[in-house]
Design a protein around this ligand. Sequence first.
Ligand SMILES: O=C(O)C[C@H]1C=CC(=O)O1
Length: 96
Amino acid sequence: MLFKVEMDVNVPLDLEPAKFEALKAAERAYSQELQQSGQWRHIWRVVGRYSNVSIFDVADNGALHDILTALPLYPFMTIRVTALCRHPSSIRDDDR
Ligand SMILES: O=C(O)C[C@H]1C=CC(=O)O1
């Protein structure tokens, strides 16, 4: 199942810089592992914001929930999820 996921990150100003760097490194590793597995299909930075727009391809709603709540930066995120399905005009065989 495909989902568009929008993530806004809001880190408290008093978060210790070393802790923030460690969280970002863990987030990057987790994200890249999921991208390698094909579950995190795309990620884009939203220009001018500490936000991303991503496309996930996962088994079901529960799988996406588990992935998102395990993000190291999850406690500092506002997340919006939109379920997607194939557009009848799509020429891409993997859009389902
Ligand atoms: O920077 C972000 O958008 C937040 C998060 C999502 C993936 C990642 O590496 O960091």
